[in-house]
Design a binder for this molecule. Structure first.
Ligand code: CP3
Length: 348
């Protein structure tokens, strides 16, 4: 079975010869080849230069037998297209120079076509597809989900308790709705454009959704994710939804309308799948820290996840969150090969 059919077939819960695997943030600082490119170019330059973004996208595909590639980009550039000033500060992470704090700030946010604001990522997708097709590896496009983008837009940087973002959500419901509606339209159109440029699957990253209570998530975040997914649906490609720390309201992840739900290590994969229902595919859920452990410990945890998925069509092996920069590349190689060797063929 070609790797392409393995990943895309698992997204559709069809039979596979082995469990497909890819890793969130698989192109990144743990790879010497990535660090080499980063020595010469800032992060945003790589993202905005299609040839460089394409090169970095392919690095993990060349190094490991992964079953999917993910386009090299970040979740935050769509905020630039809306009028926010983004920079990646050395050692600090992303910073928004003019964060959204008032009703006027929200009114000023622009909703423009992705072809105008993010052409570089669409071009990078076209370039990467041309290279990946000959290897039969599918390409994943992605976007931040509306809540996580709103949290960055309002806080201006990562935050411990999201006081400003949740504060606006709780005290200004009408302004919040305006902001989230704009974000859901930007996100939906961006995902759709990526699929039309060649992305064969799409993933939404809602990294900070776990900051919300179940009822706040359902009321103030879920409807906007649903709207973005409904727009992206028109492309007809599988949609993966990723969030962390949402074990308390996992069922709501299914209500997003995604075909695949990505779960983290805080919940057992078998228990998660039972709660989500049989008619959805599941991605996950190794603790990224396990990749830093000795092989025996990593292998035992990997085996446990594969055993829990055992025999059910629609498991995509992945981490529960992004790979850590400290990860030894050799452990990634062993993990990828072991998942293919140990997993049994799955019948639909
Ligand atoms: O998966 C991939 O290989 C594709 C590329 C990708 C990047 N960011 C490149 C990147 C993806 C899918 C992302 C998603 C992303 N970006 C998320 C969601 C996933 C998650 O981890 O929760 C978030 C929250 C961001 C925002 C972001 N970008 C932060 C907070 C940081 C700084 C912290 C960090 O991890 O370094 C970034 C920078 C960033 N984006 C790097 C990479 C490879 C590392 C920076 C560098 O090279 O200097």
């Amino acid at each position: 079975m070609t790797p392409e059919s393995r990943f895309l077939r698992a997204c559709r819960r069809e039979a596979t010869d082995a469990t497909p695997i890819w890793l969130m943030r698989q192109a990144g600082r743990y790879m010497p080849a990535y660090r080499h490119v980063r020595e010469h170019h800032p992060l945003l330059t790589i993202i905005k230069t299609p040839e460089l973004a394409c090169e970095v996208t392919l690095q993990p595909i060349e190094a490991f037998e992964l079953d999917a590639a993910i386009i090299f980009a970040d979740i935050l550039p769509p905020l630039e297209g809306m009028g926010l000033h983004l920079r990646f500060a050395e050692g600090e992470g992303p910073v928004i120079g003019n964060p959204v704090r008032t009703v006027d700030d929200i009114a000023r946010l622009r909703v423009l076509p992705p072809e105008e604001t993010l052409p570089f990522t669409l071009d990078a997708i076209r370039l990467a597809r041309a290279q990946l097709d000959s290897r039969n590896i599918p390409l994943i496009g992605f976007s931040g989900a509306p809540f996580t983008l709103a949290a960055y837009a309002i806080e201006g940087r990562g935050s411990r308790n999201y006081m400003l973002a949740k504060g606006l959500m709780m005290s200004e419901p009408v302004a919040w709705d305006t902001l989230m509606t704009k974000l859901s339209e930007v996100v939906g159109a961006y995902l759709l454009a990526q699929a039309r440029a060649g992305a064969q699957a799409l993933q939404l990253f809602d990294s900070w959704a776990g900051q919300l209570s179940a009822s706040d998530y359902r009321q103030h975040a879920l409807p906007y994710t649903q709207h973005a997914i409904a727009i992206a649906r028109q492309a007809g490609v599988p949609i993966i939804h990723f969030a962390t720390d949402t074990s308390g309201y996992l069922e709501a992840m299914r209500e997003t309308g995604a075909d695949v739900v990505s779960v983290d290590w805080r919940v057992d994969l078998s228990a998660a799948w039972q709660r989500l229902g049989a008619n959805v595919a599941v991605q996950g859920n190794l603790d990224p820290v396990a990749l830093l452990a000795p092989w025996d410990a990593l292998k035992q945890r990997t085996q446990a996840i594969l055993d829990q998925a055992g025999g059910h069509a629609g498991h995509i092996f992945n981490l529960g969150h992004g790979i850590l920069p400290e990860t030894p590349p050799d452990n990634v190689k062993r993990l990828v090969d072991f998942v293919h060797e140990y997993s049994a063929p799955v019948h639909a």
